[in-house]
Design a protein around this ligand. Structure first.
Ligand SMILES: [Mg+2]
Length: 423
């Protein structure tokens, strides 16, 4: 593997998406907090800037590369940083400002991929798979990403590109500062083999000591070991680490919106029978509300969950909770489809007991992409399109006149605040 230390060096193997499978970028701002301080206060540029640790009992949260030359690292106690770097300029952190810039960075990331998985304020995975037509080969896309972040923020990001997450993260780290490294699948093993085994995710201090005792120092050592022998040494973790060492890391990039779930629920003024019309009306209102929220966010849900709280008290203000989930064949943002799922689930959960609370959740989300609909069935595609037009019209009415204008009011039910949560 050759190493590119700036945007303008490339490895020959990169830039050839054929055979890549997935293309994953890991983007990580260089010395983020310290760089922001130097951006805002030009007199600090080129100086050993150390963020955090205003008090002697604190720890360093970020150090400029000038400070790192003295051995200062983040998470180091301030006392030690002062000893290593007496001329260091210690500045307090300004989280609001960092969060502000983080939002801009995320905007840039989002303009490069619909699937961005943030790891922290200044770091994210981007799934660039299938973006070649729009952005060019992976290396070009990564160069453009670096340029765009610099233009928008005045700050430098380092980027690693690989077919698996783990390798992308190692590459961005190795490339710093102001680096870009990409590696294709055909060179993944050759790249990983000579790296120290602690580069693998999950190899902490204890595991590392045991690895060393077993004669495993490099990732390649692990890759060449027999899976059975590793299981004997490290349990199920052993074969898992060996898979990583072989460059096999199936973990997908998972965007925030994919993790989200949408929920609507209501507690009834009086307990309802499962077959009551009122319960049906409440579920319908929830299904339609969910549909509107999914459409507003341009996502489809693959899984619908029904949640019922039974009226039988368990004591201490608690009640039995029943949940049932259904996976849809076609992910949906349509209230009627969600209601059909809710009816199926209600039949499955059917009990004779009365119900005090009913809710619906939509999760397992996918980006709404009209091009994916009804590829094989023109009639179904036409029906989906008709439905989508109807829903847009209903959404417009709801925006003007309120939800109840389209959901036939909720008699005897109080609609709880909608929930929005990240798993
Ligand atoms: Mg960083």
């Amino acid at each position: 593997m050759a190493r590119a230390k700036s945007n303008d060096h490339a490895m020959p193997e990169a830039g050839a998406p054929a055979g890549w499978g997935r293309v994953i970028a890991h983007a990580d701002m260089d010395a983020f907090y310290a760089s922001v301080e130097m951006l805002d206060r030009p007199e600090l540029r080129g100086r050993p800037v150390i963020v955090g640790g205003a008090s002697n009992r604190g720890v360093v949260s970020s150090a400029s590369y000038e400070a790192r030359r003295f051995g200062v690292r983040s998470a180091m106690p301030t006392v030690e940083a002062r000893r290593l770097c007496p001329e260091g300029i210690f500045v307090p952190g300004r989280m609001d400002r960092y969060a502000d810039i983080s939002r801009t960075i995320r905007e840039v990331f989002a303009s490069f991929s619909p699937i961005v998985e943030p790891l922290s304020l200044d770091e994210a995975f981007l799934d660039l798979t299938g973006t070649e037509r729009l952005l060019g080969p992976p290396l070009e896309a990564a160069r453009a990403l670096k340029r765009r972040v610099l233009e928008r923020t005045g700050l430098v990001v380092s980027v690693g590109v690989a077919p698996v997450k783990m390798a992308a993260k190692i590459l961005s780290d190795l490339s710093k500062p102001d680096g870009l490294l990409a590696i294709g699948p055909e060179h993944l093993r050759a790249f990983l083999d000579p790296l120290p085994v602690e580069r693998l995710w999950g190899v902490g201090r204890v595991t590392l000591e045991r690895m060393h005792r077993a004669g495993v120092r490099l990732i390649g050592d692990l890759a060449r070991r027999d899976a059975g022998a590793l299981r004997a040494l490290f349990g199920g973790f052993g074969p898992h680490l060996r898979e990583l060492a072989l460059g096999r890391d199936p973990r997908p990039v998972v965007a925030d919106w994919q993790r989200k779930s949408y929920g609507e629920e209501s507690t009834f003024a009086r307990d309802l029978k499962p077959e009551s019309e009122e319960l049906g009306r409440a579920l319908l209102a929830h299904a339609e509300a969910l549909g509107r929220r999914l459409r507003a966010d341009r996502v489809h849900a693959r899984t619908i969950t029904l949640k019922l709280k039974l009226a039988r008290p368990l004591g201490g203000g608690r009640y039995p909770l029943v949940t049932r989930s259904l996976s849809l064949d076609v992910p949906t943002d349509d209230g009627a489809a969600i209601m059909r799922a809710a009816r199926t689930l209600l039949a499955r959960a059917a009990r004779s007991e009365k119900i005090r609370l009913a809710g619906l959740q939509a999760h397992n989300l996918e980006r709404a992409d009209p091009r994916q609909l009804g590829l094989f069935d023109p009639a179904a595609a036409a029906a989906v399109a008709r439905n989508a037009r109807l829903n847009r019209a209903l959404d417009a009415v709801a925006r003007r006149f309120g939800d109840d204008a389209v959901t036939r009011g909720l008699a005897h039910a109080e609609r709880a605040a909608p929930t929005h949560r990240i798993k």
